[in-house]
Write a protein that binds this ligand. Structure first.
Ligand code: FE
Length: 131
């Protein structure tokens, strides 16, 4: 995966304030407020920062968490994971492998076959409906 590097000034210009807060400042949108947590259409989910394919609708499921939840990325190298010990919690952060944008976290309470829950902010995703 070729990395994309942009200055924070460039990101600030290209992204909405909410996208910037989530992707570049590791923000979290409030549960049940995002545009895509209830999206059930067939299609693909891309990084709102760089357009990389991240998730597919056939791995999206209802986790009840209030954020879009997937049990697997589109490709194993589409996302990267990092230890995150902020806010007094031990979590695994998920970032876009291409642009490094913050997407959300992954938890070990997902459904089969992976047992994983990729808990992803709507603001970091761009949905492309299948034609
Ligand atoms: Fe990206």
């Amino acid at each position: 995966m070729e990395k994309m590097k942009k200055s924070e000034a460039e990101w600030r210009q290209e992204l909405t304030p909410e996208q910037y807060h989530v992707l570049r400042e590791k923000g979290t949108e409030r549960a049940f407020t995002g545009a895509l947590y209830q999206n059930h259409e067939d299609g693909t989910y891309h990084c709102a920062g760089c357009g990389a394919l991240l998730f597919q609708s056939d791995t999206k499921y209802e986790s009840g968490s209030g954020w879009p939840s997937f049990y697997n990325p589109a490709e194993s190298d589409a996302v990267q994971t990092h230890e995150d010990n902020s806010f007094g919690m031990r979590r695994i952060e998920v970032t876009c492998a291409r642009c490094g944008g913050h997407l959300g976290h992954v938890f070990p309470d997902g459904p089969r076959p992976t047992g994983l829950r990729y808990c992803i902010n709507s603001a970091s995703l761009a949905f492309k409906k299948q034609e």
